[in-house]
Write a protein of this length. Structure first.
Length: 608
């Protein structure tokens, strides 16, 4: 059990707060000793008490003055300030946390952008940070001025107890370690996708046949974690072999279950891992929202510890097994010790990492980071894609026609098929536009710099060194000024018709589901292939699908008042998007599907 992060934080803060009073007392005592001049005790106490607030005021004012001067020197200005109503703007932090718990994604940011513009300055506890959804600014941060923006210490400290020093949480060599695994040959693991999607679809079919809705989010998370663990570690967690959850209102009674079926099942290791992993990520998202003061809320314990015990219990055997294989290989005269090599043929990512290092902590961190990357992202996107296919039957119909035309009702899609299917790609892109699974991200400036002002006549925005820049792709993907007046509508054709030239070609940075620049997602092609493959199989097998909100826990559905008080899609969306590190649907995505006519005698369009 680690020391709670709040303890050292509080000690540091106390030390800083006591500094000014200590100076006052020391000065008074020095004065008395050297000149025998006595200052009344009451005055010393008074000065000591006001010294800290005074010092803070002086420091804050000096910093503001310094920034204004530096901005003027560079011919720049500071972005408009989003002012709160409470001391230190702590009410803004409260609003952000509230949004995470009871609101719609980016609620608080949306209001600020509408009122002040697409880049705003936020000063929580007098610390300057920026929030933006402006593509030109995001372009600078991620690409053109990449060298001046890093993940930074604050983000790393917030994430360290879960992500460690893995690729998501580090600046430097980690990317080079994993990159070789995402070249074209490796990503085309269609045989793997085929096996796993057949298994997943068979599982759904069985449940639909017994008259129940299925939580598609749960199912597809099993599909992606089984695929990811097999692809990355050659050690599948087989979560698809576990029973699926039942709707909250439709759990069969023990008598209704088939003879011999277990009445109550303990969660599998994979399920316990997935739940603990999700809770740990929720803590991380809350920390990110609180900014620098997050440790104040963890003075008794590190809130991720209990979840990480479960996560580690799950991962340790996989890692130990890989290390044992390495030892055996070296004792048989194979690879010896840690070494760099580009020979990756036939290796899993874990085998490759194990050849580079035997450090169990580095291995664990790297593996966990890639698991987050590979599981929740594609699972989330597929969940939202199925949601849209349920909501828009005409899109479903057109996509299914494309699938049947290109691959037939039973064929196995190839890489070439997927490349041909332009409407499929458009549906996936449009899904990621409205629900990019990484809705917010953060970078920290290294040196002072400027960022472009959207007003062509305006001065650029000054960025002080060590300034946190939060950018929201979720916000950017829905702004009408970048996507046109129909930005809130789900319309895959915007990726095919004249709107491509009008909006996207003119500024490709308006669409960034995978990030951009030197740290663009390494698994982008893998993800497109995996998602396309799964959707093709799904549409071969099912001829209709619909949402089943009655199967979801009622408290997980969007609050009724959103219909009148919400903005944009919030008014009519039929699920509640929430986010930890990635976006997901609160309470799952419960659906019903109809099997296609003319299936084989096994009833399946997929060969099992
Ligand atoms: C729909 C699917 C996916 C989306 C939308 C997505 C999106 C992203 C985004 C936004 C980042 C940048 C994170 C940051 O800068 O903090 C990222 C990074 C990354 N992604 Fe993905 N991702 C997806 C699937 C995958 C898959 C399937 C894998 C691997 C199996 C993967 C591997 C990675 C890795 C290794 C990084 C870190 C790159 C770096 O920081 O240098 N991603 N992804």
């Amino acid at each position: 059990m680690s020391i709670p992060p709040g303890v050292s934080f509080v000690l540091r803060v106390l030390l800083v707060l006591c500094f000014a009073p200590a100076c006052v007392v020391t000065a008074a005592s020095l004065l008395w000793r050297t000149t025998l001049l006595t200052i009344p005790t009451s005055l010393v106490i008074f000065l000591a008490v006001i010294s800290t607030p005074l010092a803070i005021c002086v420091r804050v004012s000096y910093r503001q003055w310094k920034y204004q001067r530096a901005a003027a020197r560079l011919g720049a200005i500071l972005p408009p300030r989003w002012a709160g109503k409470r001391l230190g703007n702590l009410d803004l932090t409260k609003q952000m946390l509230q949004t995470m718990k009871t609101g719609y994604t980016a609620d608080f940011a949306w209001k600020a952008f509408n009122n002040l513009g697409n880049t705003v300055q936020i000063n929580i506890l007098w610390d300057t940070s920026y929030m933006t959804c402006d593509p030109n600014i995001i372009k600078c941060v991620l690409a053109t001025e990449f060298n001046n923006y890093e993940k930074g210490d604050i983000f790393k400290q917030q994430m360290a107890s879960v992500l460690g020093t893995g690729v998501f949480n580090s600046d430097g060599w980690h990317r080079a370690m994993t990159r070789p695994f995402f070249n074209k040959d490796r990503i085309s693991h269609f045989e793997l996708f085929d096996r796993r999607s057949v298994q997943a679809i068979a599982k759904m079919t069985e449940r639909f046949r017994s008259g129940y809705a299925v939580d598609f989010q749960d199912l597809v998370s099993r599909f992606t974690i089984d695929s990811a663990t097999e692809f990355l570690f050659d050690s599948c967690v087989d979560s698809l072999q576990q029973p699926l959850p039942y709707p909250h209102n439709g759990r069969p009674t023990p008598f209704a279950q088939p003879a011999g079926a277990p009445v109550a099942l303990a969660p599998s290791r994979a399920e316990a891992f997935a739940t603990a992993f999700m809770r740990a990520q929720i803590v991380l998202a809350e920390r990110a929202t609180m900014g620098r003061i997050w440790p104040l809320f963890e003075t008794r314990k590190n809130r991720t510890d209990e979840y990480m015990c479960v996560v580690n219990e799950y991962l340790d055997p996989i890692l130990k097994d890989a290390l044992r294989r390495k030892e055996m290989a070296s004792s048989e005269g194979g690879v010896s010790g840690d070494k760099q090599s580009d020979d990756i043929d036939g290796e899993t990512l874990l085998d490759h990492l194990v050849r580079l290092t035997s450090d169990p902590v580095v291995l664990r961190d790297e593996v966990l980071n890639i698991l987050i990357a590979g599981r929740d992202t594609t699972a989330g996107t597929l969940t939202f894609a199925v949601y849209f296919l349920c909501m828009y039957p005409e899109v479903f119909k057109r996509l299914r026609a494309e699938v049947l035309e290109n691959v037939g009702s039973r064929g196995r899609p190839t890489y070439a098929d997927i490349k041909e299917m332009r409407y499929l790609r458009a549906v996936i892109n449009e899904t990621m536009r409205l629900y990019p699974v990484v809705p917010f991200n953060i970078r920290l400036s290294i040196n002072e710099s400027t960022l472009p002002n959207p007003d062509p006549n305006g001065k650029p925005f000054y960025v002080p060194p060590k300034t946190m820049v939060t950018y929201t792709v979720f916000g950017m993907h829905r702004r009408k000024e970048y996507w046109g007046p129909d930005a809130d509508e789900f319309d895959p054709d915007r990726f095919l018709d004249e709107r491509v030239a009008k909006y996207l070609t003119k500024n490709p940075f308006i669409f960034l589901p995978f990030n951009a620049g030197p740290r663009i997602c390494l698994g982008q092609q893998f993800a497109y292939n995996e998602m396309s493959f799964f959707l093709i199989k799904l549409l071969q097998h099912f001829s209709a699908m619909q949402l089943a909100p009655e199967a979801a826990p009622p408290e997980s559905l969007p609050p009724a008042e959103w219909a009148s008080t919400g903005w944009g899609r919030k008014r009519f969306e039929r699920f509640w998007p929430k986010s930890h590190l990635t976006l997901y649907s609160n309470g799952g995505m419960w659906v019903k599907m109809t099997e296609a006519d003319g299936l084989g005698k096994d009833g399946l369009a997929v060969d099992i």
